[in-house]
Every structure is written in structure tokens, then in C-alpha cells.
Design a protein around this ligand. Structure first.
Ligand code: NAP
Ligand code: GCO
Length: 264
């Protein structure tokens, strides 16, 4: 029988306070997993605690910045001790900075790469020894349209998410023999706080030009919702995907398949 159950599994979803990470956590909970999340601020952690409580999920939250290797190692050691170790890691925490490249401070570029690419390395590195011991493990990296495509103002984000795609393939290559599957999800344009500035209603009441652009670029003719990522995430976390490795599953309403609407 196909097994999509996550019963008895411990899942760490980084930064999962709201948005995509929170939806994935809800899906994992429904499939039977113990949910663990972290955030780099106390206010983020508190918001997560409220959101999980409201959803009826008994989740454990850690105050932990994913770019701080020592803090991540301590969090993983605590999870090992108290919950039996991480079976599923979702590298979800991420940021974007929309700044034309020739105006971007190198510090901003480094910050984006640090959170969106170096941190997934830090978190994966921390859980892999435990996964090898257990004889199984699932690592899911949250990539992007920008793992494949460029656009104005997102040079650091595209560089990081493109790198994350290759880190995904490399973890697969290096640890596949230990029954560890490392795959990625490449969400299309999803309505979350991260993309809210691109959907702001204009002073004259019309839709933001970028909002109209995305609707025209997406065969599904809509923005995605965090809930659109729930099924794909459960698939990649479960035994149903045990021979899927090093893959990026794009969940984009068809954007990457489409040349774009012809001008009228
Ligand atoms: P979001 O709403 O901005 O959520 C990202 C979460 O990561 C926030 O809770 C944030 O906390 C947390 N975080 C940031 N830096 C952190 C750090 N150093 N340590 C721990 N947690 C940290 O983003 P989202 O839209 O749900 O996106 C989630 C992931 O999907 C990101 O990797 C994003 O790049 C990716 N993605 C998003 C879209 C989209 O269209 N929305 C599409 C493709 C990929 P704070 O709130 O405290 O900053
Ligand atoms: C942007 C967007 C994106 C999306 C997403 C697309 O400014 O173009 O924020 O990059 O969030 O990652 O998959």
C-alpha cells in the first residue's frame, strides 16, 4: 500500500511561524508527525506558539537563528535528547531583499545568502549524523522560481536559491546511500507576507502591476496559497517518495512550463 503516513516521525521545519512553513507543519501534523519549529526572535516564537495553539497542534518551538551554527547544533542536540532526533528537516526559513544589484550593499547580499543558502547547509549538516544512525532521513529545501529564473532586483535571492538547488543535489549524491532523501520544493508565487508588497492595491484601487504580471504568467491564473504546498511536502517527507532523490518539485501553477500570454 502507498504510505503517506508520518506517524512517529519528528519533523523540524525552520522558521515555521506562518506562511509556507506553517502550512507544511499543519500538513505534517495531519499526517501524524511531531512538529518542531524555530525562529530567530522571541516575538516570532510567540507568534508561532499562538498560531499552533489556535490550530490545535502541540508544537515545540526553539529560539534559534538558523545562521548560527552553534545555536543550531544545540537545538538539534536537545531534539535528539528529548524527542529522539530529527527524521524530517524542512529548510524553510528565508528572506528576500529587492534591491537593484548595482545599488545593493555587499552586506545585504551576504545576509540573503547566509540565511537562504548557508543556513540550510548548517541545518542539514547538523541533522545528517542522526539520520545516518537512524538509517533514514528526509531533507526538503524550499527553493523558488528564482532557482531557475532571474528577474530585476533579486540577484542575491536568485544566487542563493540557485545554490540551494545544487546543495539539494549534492546532499542527495553524498548521502543517498544512507537512505537519506534530499529533495526541494520550488513554490511559484505564493500569497504570504514575503510577497505582500507585490500584491498591494494601488491608490486608484487597481491591482499592483506585478500582481497582474503574475496572474498573466501563471497558467492557473492565480497566486498560489501556502495550502497548495501541503500535499507535495507530505509526499516528499513520506515513504511514498523513498526513491525520489535530488529532485526539485516545482509547485507553481505551471509558470515554468509557460512562455507567457501573447500580447493582445
Ligand atoms: P516568510 O513569510 O517571510 O517566512 C519566512 C520565515 O522565516 C519567517 O517566519 C521568518 O521570521 C523566518 N526567518 C527568517 N530569518 C530567519 C533566521 N535567521 N532564523 C530563523 N528563522 C528565520 O516567507 P514565506 O513566503 O512563508 O517563505 C518561506 C520560504 O519559502 C522562504 O525560504 C522563501 O524564500 C520561500 N519561497 C517563498 C515564496 C513565496 O512566493 N512566498 C515562493 C518561493 C519560495 P520573521 O518573520 O521573524 O522574519
Ligand atoms: C520576487 C518574489 C519571489 C518569490 C518566490 C518565487 O520578488 O520575485 O518574492 O522571488 O517569493 O521565491 O518562487
Amino acid at each position: 500500500m502507498v504510505n503517506f503516513s508520518l506517524e512517529g516521525k519528528v519533523a523540524l521545519i525552520t522558521g515555521a511561524v506562518y506562511g509556507i512553513g506553517f502550512a507544511i507543519a499543519k500538513a505534517f501534523h495531519e499526517a501524524g508527525a511531531k512538529i518542531i519549529y524555530n525562529n530567530n526572535t522571541q516575538s516570532g516564537l510567540d507568534m508561532g506558539a499562538e498560531n499552533y495553539k489556535e490550530a490545535g497542534i502541540d508544537a515545540k518551538g526553539y529560539l534559534c537563528d538558523v545562521t548560527d551554527e552553534k545555536a543550531v547544533q544545540e537545538m538539534i542536540a536537545d531534539i535528539d535528547k528529548n524527542y529522539g532526533g530529527v527524521d524530517i528537516l524542512v529548510n524553510n526559513a528565508g528572506i528576500i531583499k529587492r534591491i537593484p544589484m548595482h545599488e545593493m550593499a555587499v552586506e545585504d547580499f551576504r545576509l540573503v545568502v547566509d540565511i537562504d543558502l548557508v543556513a540550510p547547509f548548517i541545518c542539514a549538516k547538523a541533522v545528517i549524523p542522526g539520520m545516518i544512525k537512524k538509517g533514514h532521513g528526509k531533507i526538503i529545501n524550499i527553493c523558488s522560481m528564482m532557482s531557475e529564473l532571474g528577474r530585476e532586483t533579486v540577484s542575491a535571492y536568485a544566487a542563493a536559491k540557485g545554490g540551494l538547488k545544487m546543495l539539494t543535489r549534492n546532499i542527495c549524491s553524498e548521502y543517498g546511500e544512507y537512505n537519506i532523501q534530499c529533495n526541494a520544493i520550488g513554490p511559484g508565487y505564493i500569497a504570504t507576507p514575503q510577497t505582500a508588497p507585490l500584491r498591494e492595491i494601488q491608490p486608484d484601487g487597481s491591482r499592483h502591476p506585478f500582481d497582474q504580471f503574475i496572474i498573466a504568467k501563471t497558467p492557473a491564473a492565480r497566486w498560489g496559497t501556502p495550502e497548495d504546498l501541503m500535499g507535495p511536502a507530505v509526499f516528499l517527507a513520506s515513504d511514498a517518495s523513498n526513491f525520489v532523490n535530488g529532485h526539485v518539485l516545482y509547485v507553481d501553477g505551471g509558470i515554468l512550463a509557460y512562455i507567457g500570454k501573447q500580447p493582445k
